[in-house]
Design a protein around this ligand. Sequence first.
Ligand SMILES: [Zn+2]
Length: 262
Amino acid sequence: MHYLLLRKLNPMETIIPGNKEKGVVLSFDVESWSNLCGGKYDLSANPEDEYGHFLPRLLDVLDSYNVKAQFFICGKVVELYPFLFRSLVQKGHGLGGHGYEHEVMPNLRISEQMTVVNRVKKTMKQVLGISPISWRCPGLAANLGTYVALRNHGFRISSNAIRIDKPFSVKGIADIPLAEKMDGDFLGFYLPITSSGIQIWADYMKKEFDRISKGILVLGMHTWVQRKYDPRLEAIRSFLTYVEPFMGEVWMGRLDDLQWKV
Ligand SMILES: [Zn+2]
């Protein structure tokens, strides 16, 4: 996808809740269902650490700052951990789709993409009682057919582009670009779990927050690289402590709550 071109052709202005000029979305991709799938980069990864320990602790941290975040979840994971994701819904976090089994969408025909999108939507409806409106493509890989499939199934917002300065629309879907996948290509999957490694994460988030004076900053992370007592959670806590004094003028919340004008 030529996101830069799309952004030039179809720019959009985001309307941030509360008439704020600046907003932050913390987003998390949730995608493991066995040691070999989500944890494909680290065979020692244990989904129980992620769903039984890390995610509940993350939810506690977000609660303690009264912050809502956006989670992009594979349909299959929703089926495996229904109680956990119902608690996310109850806490008011945003839940969007991330494939059913983390499918690379451009590898599929349009009809197959439709099937995947529809399956995720149905699963979330059946298991969680919600109709998702947002989506992040696995691997951030999309083609025009992906956006058609999303629109046809009632989705209206995505976060697939990366390092593009402004939101844009594709086939009726608003794409709010990610600043960076912090634990992906940028900082590496094997960011050392040391105080200096954590500092790199925290510093990056704070620097991005300071750099943007207007518009939306979308920070993206995975939950599967986290471990039972992963100190990287401290980086998130450190970032939230840093931004807390600005919360009067800066909005922080779910991608699902953004509006826009063309
Ligand atoms: Zn993913």
